[in-house]
Write a protein that binds this ligand. Sequence first.
Ligand SMILES: Cc1cc2nc3c(=O)[nH]c(=O)nc-3n(C[C@H](O)[C@H](O)[C@H](O)COP(=O)(O)O)c2cc1C
Length: 212
Amino acid sequence: MTHILHLVGSPRTTVSASREIANVYIEHLSSLSNCTVDTLDVWKEHLPEFDEEAMNAKYAGILGKPLTERQQHAWATLAPVVERILKADILVVSVPMWNFGIPYRLKHFIDLVSQKDYLFRFDANGFTGMASAKVVLVCARGLNFATGTDTPEAEFDHQKSYMLMWLKFIGLTDVDTITLEQLVFGSEADAAARAKAKTIALQLANSHSATL
Ligand SMILES: Cc1cc2nc3c(=O)[nH]c(=O)nc-3n(C[C@H](O)[C@H](O)[C@H](O)COP(=O)(O)O)c2cc1C
């Protein structure tokens, strides 16, 4: 049995391109292999505030200081969310680009779960990520990021590059990325981007199912 966690970053439930392509991958893989799917929609989940208690707990943890009772409580509320990431064999992340980065709810989620001894270790040897899933990262964006455009990827992409950096930081380097671009250039461009991405998603599910 393969356990998939779908981390959903778009609030759009019916027309989201990133969600649609992620679902194509998940549904096709599930038709080929025995899978369980956990959907973690950052727009629907209750995400605890990353408030002063949680932050003090984070700094105490980094400095190796004991936690107060309230800090322990703030820390413990994060454990079940982190557990959902650690449990995944395959992590599918659907990510819209917002203002060249990622939506704030997804960043909130990342700020919550990226904690020492939850998703990474930090010792004399440096940082070690603690997660181990295979990843399918689906990035959707409206503009054209080719070299020579007004928004070349090297300068304007803080979505895919940020997500890849975060995944690496928590230990996830086996990543297949599907990128959809030019989604705000009219219905034809939108349909073409989705069709191309759908083909890649189906191919990825085929090749992943062969390794499960
Ligand atoms: C608040 C907001 C900000 C956006 N900012 C950008 C942007 O900076 N660059 C870009 O290429 N597209 C931008 N877009 C377009 C989205 O990336 C595009 O519509 C994409 O399809 C969103 O992903 P989704 O379809 O999965 O929701 C923005 C859309 C919204 C709603």
